[in-house]
Design a binder for this molecule. Structure first.
Ligand code: FMN
Length: 182
């Protein structure tokens, strides 16, 4: 598939069917994430694959918004991957402080998208989750208190006939400027 078509195919899927996801497919998604670029090649991440049914359910139950207003689909996912932020290389940390940029967070965003694009290529649905009870999930999967989980990714098969949605995005000319911001 052409990259632009894969990019269009990747979408936040919030309905999954009860079908296990093959381990090798998840492995290829993880490999795509592992190969992502990062500031100073710090690779400030650990990917925790939560695929044990009981544990996955507990993690999913800690992603809901108030009154289950969102993320109530999470328990349907076959697998949830937690991206744990690791300490970056000193050069990235110092550079980030000087330049006031959160390089590890940028790095993790890129790795997450690599993961989701590969998942789309594998015919899997994904959704990145930024809303969840981080403290509770850290405890559930054994992440030390001093580390953070910026993102979770839900993964699963979507129902047959599940359609690719038209992307809702700002107009090209609204977000692209040539040579001057104004
Ligand atoms: C950092 C980040 C956090 C997100 N958190 C959530 C979330 O907690 N729950 C959810 O349903 N979608 C979440 N999303 C998905 C976005 O809502 C979605 O990417 C956006 O609406 C564009 O739609 P698309 O992914 O289908 O193209 C998140 C996406 C990103 C990048």
């Amino acid at each position: 598939m052409k990259l632009i078509d894969l990019i269009k195919k990747r979408q936040s899927d919030r309905t999954y069917i009860d079908k296990p996801v093959e381990e090798d497919k998840i492995k290829r998604c993880l490999e795509a994430a592992r190969l992502a670029p990062s500031a100073s090649n710090s690779q400030p991440w650990t990917f925790v694959v939560v695929d044990e049914a009981g544990l996955k359910e507990k993690v999913a139950n800690k992603t809901f918004g108030p009154l289950k207003s969102f993320n109530k689909f999470a328990p349907q996912a076959a697998v949830i991957v937690a991206i744990v932020m690791e300490k970056p290389k000193l050069i990235s940390e110092v550079g980030g402080r000087i330049k006031k940029k959160d390089y590890p967070l940028i790095d993790i965003g890129i790795a997450a998208e690599h993961f989701c694009l590969q998942a789309a290529e594998e015919g899997l649905g994904t959704c990145m989750l930024g809303w969840f009870d981080e403290k509770a999930i850290k405890q559930l999967i054994g992440v030390p208190k001093n580390k953070n989980i910026p993102l979770l990714i839900t993964i699963g098969y979507t129902p047959e006939g599940h359609r690719t949605r038209q992307k809702i995005r700002k107009e090209f000319d609204k977000v692209v400027k040539y040579n001057s911001y104004n």
